[in-house]
Design a binder for this molecule. Structure first.
Ligand code: PMP
Length: 358
């Protein structure tokens, strides 16, 4: 048969989304499952967001502002950087793709820790780059020394996921300082901080405040998690102006939708509520971690809105057992299970299921 698409994609694992409440209703007849599989925050849209969306929708026959001027200005003010350094996109995962496109030619290398965010290998293959994966430490975090050693003259992008999805671990200032000093100036380092708002450890640096002035550092953030806009797809990056300009060249035109822009502006006005919600998630994260450890699970300390159970070959069975009890978690075959922190009631339901499943 004539081959119409790239042969190398056959070997690429597909992105596996967390299973949905509708999946459990269909397959197991469980009408009201608890979804703790996609690292969303469970409290609904922030105040003002639904109204902003309703208003924006009245103009949906028009294209959005391609320059995303109002949102970039608001982010710039909040972050204390020039708007020219900010690029928005359809989720930070889309921006990670654009970063790969803006830096890599076929045969170049993208370096990251593994296991980490499952989109990274897909993004690398998409641009014909080689994935260089450095295994996580036995404590499930990045091995930044080994990552620095793995940089070659073909490494165009090095990604540090901090905190790391799916293990929740984080890297601290001194090791990140050493890593960034070791990486050559012509390798772009991406600090993927999708979960920054949940960090409580003072030693885990805010990438923008600490490293934002380095010419080869890009900070990737999202409004999907703490800001409650996962369904609308809006993320942003902060880079040096020349890097930001190059990324803008490869952006899909108009990819931050009009509704996403309006919703993001409204969400950013609700920061006190975000702080309050994050505090609930953080307290629950620490409670769930302690309870799981009591059950004998070797849960690494998480700085994100999820926890990791390194259950190795028991992962799929654990997830299936949770589903039977109406709780959807996210297994990573042969490796572990990631459980998003939900409301206190949802977490109780999960802990009960986990108690039985473990
Ligand atoms: N980076 C990391 C580490 C993530 O876990 C995620 C979401 N799963 C993203 C980026 C992408 O988030 P979004 O595209 O919704 O902004």
């Amino acid at each position: 048969m004539t081959r119409l698409t790239r042969a190398d994609l056959d070997a690429l694992p597909a992105y596996v989304p967390g299973r949905n409440v509708a999946d459990l209703a269909r397959e197991l007849g469980i009408a009201e499952a608890v979804k703790l599989a996609s690292n969303e925050v469970p409290f609904g849209p922030l105040p003002g967001v639904a109204e902003a969306i309703a208003e924006a929708v009245t103009q949906s026959h028009r294209y959005p502002d391609m320059g995303v001027l109002a949102l970039r200005a608001k982010l710039a003010e909040r972050l204390g950087v020039d708007p020219g350094r900010i690029v928005t996109g359809g989720g930070s995962v889309a921006l990670a793709e654009h970063l790969a496109k803006a830096t890599c030619l076929p045969g170049d290398e993208i370096l990251y820790s593994w296991r980490s965010f499952e989109a990274y290998p897909i993004i690398a293959t998409g641009v014909g780059a080689s994935s260089i994966r450095v295994p996580n430490t036995p404590e499930h975090g990045h091995d930044l020394r080994a990552m620095a050693d793995a940089v070659t003259d073909r490494t165009r992008l090095a990604i540090v996921c901090n905190p790391n999805n799916p293990t929740g671990t984080s890297v601290r200032r001194d090791e990140l300082d050493r890593f960034l000093d070791a990486v050559p100036d012509d390798t772009l380092v991406v600090l993927d901080e999708a979960y920054r708002e949940f960090v409580t450890d003072d030693e885990v640096p805010d990438g923008l405040a600490t490293y934002g002035d380095r010419p080869n550092v890009v900070i990737l953030r999202t409004l999907s998690k703490a800001w409650g806009l996962a369904g609308l797809r809006v993320g942003y990056l902060v880079a040096q102006p020349a890097v930001a300009a190059a990324i803008r060249k490869v952006l899909t035109p108009f990819s931050t939708s009009m509704v996403a822009q309006a919703a993001a502006l409204a969400a950013l006005d609700a920061e006190p509520e975000v702080v309050r919600r994050c505090a609930v998630v953080i307290a629950e994260r620490d409670r769930v971690t302690a309870e799981l450890r009591k059950l004998g699970a070797d849960v690494p300390t998480s700085q994100a809105n999820f926890v990791w159970l390194p259950l190795a070959d028991r992962s799929a069975a654990f997830a299936a057992a949770c589903e039977k009890r109406g709780v959807i978690v996210r297994p990573f075959q042969g490796d572990g299970v990631r459980v998003t922190i939900g409301t206190p009631e949802e977490n109780d339901t999960f802990l009960e299921a986990a108690g039985e499943a473990l």
